[in-house]
Design a protein around this ligand. Structure first.
Ligand code: G1P
Length: 291
């Protein structure tokens, strides 16, 4: 088995009910954060982390994602004719960003099942998983940091973040111990998906970035529906912990839950403020609101 992480799986088959009615027709992954669909942030992170092949797990009504990463002849020809060179570069940049394959998740059986759907496209090599809802702003891309840990430690790596209070129940939560040599690393002994606050084994929540060994596919195949009646990725990785080393990794950077209305608003404000073309004007506008 090669140790090189070349492929990244993007589960994107979900219905996006948290964003209705916006997501009735538009896939939630295509909602814009400032001027870019949220899935593009994840794809750019993967490419900047050295990923060569992106595998998007889609579902019914998700065709807009495929069109987005494809060449748009009409748009490109029009921009070329009108000499809109900068916009042409933006459009072409999206379609030439990465090699992308698509596989359909025919039934919404859960995140573990969605990842399993990519089994044949991944094959027998370690791979990354990026949950597009989790947008992470970091100096060194989060996935790149994690691939570094994977290469150094030789075990699967899950991105983690400390969550104080009952909010932890919305996540997969790790059990284990902090590594004595590096506080960012956590040696996993178990994990539980969406525990009750009282039952959470720690404050370390799994965030939507994973580097996994392909053994997880075989374990997912045997994983029974768990929390909320779905086949959970967390349960597949919990079985992996019995056989291989699995690490939590507290990444450097800031995570936004762009699948949630409030998280999307936070990300919108902070990303817009950082933009050279929008930031100064937007800052003045916000100040003028006199909140
Ligand atoms: C999923 C995972 C969960 C993880 C979370 C991170 O949950 O199942 O373990 O903590 O993503 O965003 P979801 O947000 O799909 O409910």
């Amino acid at each position: 088995m090669s140790k090189h992480v070349r492929k990244a799986v993007f589960p994107a088959g979900g219905l996006g009910t948290r964003f209705l009615p916006a997501t009735k027709v538009i896939p939630k992954e295509m909602l814009a954060l400032v001027d870019k669909p949220i899935i593009q942030y994840g794809v750019e992170e993967a490419v900047a982390s050295g990923i060569e092949h992106i595998i998007i797990v889609t579902g019914r009504g998700k065709g807009a994602m495929e069109d987005h990463f494809d060449i748009s002849y009409e748009l490109d020809a029009t921009l070329e004719r009108k000499h809109k060179d900068e916009l042409l570069a933006v459009s072409r940049g999206v379609s030439s960003m990465a090699r992308i394959s698509y596989v359909r998740q025919k039934e919404p059986l859960g995140l573990g099942h969605a990842v399993w759907c990519a089994k044949d496209l991944v094959g027998d090599e370690p791979f990354a998983v990026i949950l597009p809802d989790d947008v992470i702003d970091a100096e060194t891309p989060c996935l790149k940091q994690m691939i570094g840990v994977f290469e150094e430690r030789g075990g699967s790596v899950l991105a983690t973040m400390t969550i104080e209070g009952p909010g932890i129940s919305a996540y997969g939560v790790l059990a284990g111990e902090q590594d004595p040599d590096n506080w960012r690393i956590y040696n996993c002994t178990g994990m539980v998906e969406k525990p009750k606050f009282e039952d959470a084994p720690s404050k370390l929540a799994i965030i939507g970035r994973y580097v996994l060994t392909p053994r997880v596919f075989e374990l997912l195949e045997k994983t029974k529906p768990g929390a909320i009646g779905e086949i959970q990725l967390t349960d597949g990785i919990k079985a992996l912990v019995q056989e291989e080393k699995v690490f939590g990794y507290t990444f450097e950077g800031k995570r936004y839950d762009a699948g949630d209305k409030f998280g999307m608003l936070q990300a919108t404000v902070e990303f817009a403020l950082k933009r050279a073309d929008l930031g100064p004007k937007f800052r003045e506008y916000l100040k003028g609101l006199g909140l």
